[in-house]
Design a protein around this ligand. Structure first.
Ligand SMILES: *[C@@H]1O[C@H](CO)[C@@H](O)[C@H](O)[C@H]1NC(C)=O
Ligand SMILES: *[C@@H]1O[C@H](CO)[C@@H](O)[C@H](O)[C@H]1NC(C)=O
Length: 385
């Protein structure tokens, strides 16, 4: 008995070792690991009509909620924001938050001329922004000019795209390799949501050209003296997307105190990103489960469903760069969720798998990506892992 068990055990042991080695090799050569996974089409069990997907992807479930929220804000009602995110001005009982600071660090008094000016400006910007929040397939063609116009004080280099861009996501897979030098060799390095670089330079590099954040990040910084929000230095421009309309106030409070430009993403670009991610999420849902698309909403936190900051930063890079390299996106077994935190899981409002499908298409067959006009020329995209 003992004699026959031993060889079997050894073989099993060998298989495990080989298995581990294979995984290692894939990680080492894992330049395109996202791609090497079984293409989604091959595991899809059900076929879904493309037209139907496009139609559903164009419906914005959260639209009525946004409309109502914006209307209330424009009427000066700050109390009904409720839920997880409390508005800047709300302290739970419809009163102005006296902790709100003006750009110079002075308390903003209710009805003070300073507050009144801020208020008028808030109304005007929110109004313009919400009117502009509609689908336009050509936005990718214009993106480089829109962004450069806002980022360059002297409008230099308008129309020219950046030669090469690295988008650095925050996945723990970054810790598998030392990509720091490679990342820094790009003309533009885009980092996400103020992720820490100090003591991770070998892994993530030290250069930052654009700091891309969601407005929740700025909202937290806005409460600090001087809107302090510059882990990469106060000369680095920030691009931010608005996750809640009330955050326009944070934007206006902080804009004047920032040395480098603070840019809000074009709302037409937000709408485009939302549609693309929703399309990929619907596709995955329908082709994996065969369920009716009507059921997508209830299983994906319908109203709160949102693209991730990483997805919009990648799409931004695709619009403004001649060559895009993606780092720190994706997961592999045993790696941390974020390279720089101990956060365990992700909030349920993103569909990362769907976003990976989108990145794979960016690399391998950008022509099939919906909602982007044919006039747009996709740059080469590489995923590094
Ligand atoms: C933000 O600040 C910049 C530079 O100070 C200024 O040009 C721009 O008009 C400001 N934007 C808003 C909306 O106030
Ligand atoms: C679905 O439609 C979009 C938009 O017309 C197109 O770009 C894409 O190639 C189509 N996808 C498939 C799988 O037919």
């Amino acid at each position: 008995m003992k004699h026959s068990v031993r060889p079997l055990f050894s073989i099993l042991f060998l298989l495990v070792v080989v298995g581990v080695l294979c995984v290692r090799v894939t990680l080492r050569n894992g330049y395109f690991q996202l791609e090497n996974e079984t293409p989604f089409e091959e595991i899809a069990k059900f076929r879904v009509d493309n037209e139907t997907l496009l139609k559903y992807a164009s419906i914005e479930i959260s639209e009525p909620k946004w409309k109502q929220e914006i209307e209330e804000l424009l009427e000066g009602k700050f109390g009904n924001q409720g839920g997880r995110h409390r508005s800047f001005l709300s302290s739970g009982n419809n009163r102005i938050d006296i902790r709100a600071k003006s750009a110079r660090g002075l308390p903003v008094q209710l009805r003070s001329p300073e507050f009144y000016r801020l208020w008028l400006s808030f109304q005007r910007h929110l109004n313009d922004w919400s009117k502009n929040r509609k689908f336009q397939s050509d936005i990718m063609v214009d993106l480089v000019n829109v962004v450069k116009d806002l980022m360059n004080k002297n409008n230099e280099g308008l129309g020219r795209k950046y030669e090469s861009c690295a988008v650095v996501g925050n996945s723990g897979i970054l810790l598998n390799r030392e990509h720091g030098k490679l990342i820094d060799s790009h003309e533009v390095v885009i980092r996400l949501n103020n992720a820490r670089i100090s003591s991770f330079e070998g892994t993530v590099g030290k250069k930052t050209t654009i700091s891309f954040v969601n407005s929740n990040i700025l909202h937290l910084c806005a409460r600090r003296q001087g809107c302090f929000c510059h882990p990469y230095g106060d000369e680095v421009p920030m691009i931010m997307y608005i996750c809640q309309p009330a955050h326009f106030l944070d934007y206006l409070l902080c804009n004047s105190s920032h040395k480098a430009p603070l840019v809000v993403t074009d709302p037409r670009f937000d709408v485009l990103c939302a549609r693309i991610v929703k399309y990929y999420s619907l596709k995955r849902f329908a082709e994996m489960t065969g369920k009716d698309l009507e059921l997508w909403g209830p299983t994906h936190d319908g109203e709160n469903f949102h693209y991730s900051s990483g997805m919009q930063a990648v799409t931004l890079a695709v619009g403004i760069c001649d060559k895009v390299s993606i780092f720190g996106f994706g997961k592999s077994p045993g790696t941390k969720h974020h390279y720089h935190t101990n956060q365990k899981a992700e909030l349920g409002l993103h569909d990362y798998e769907a976003e990976y499908d989108f990145y794979r298409d960016l690399v391998a067959r950008p022509k099939v990506i919906p909602f982007i006009s044919d006039k747009f020329k996709f740059p080469p995209v590489a995923i590094h892992q």
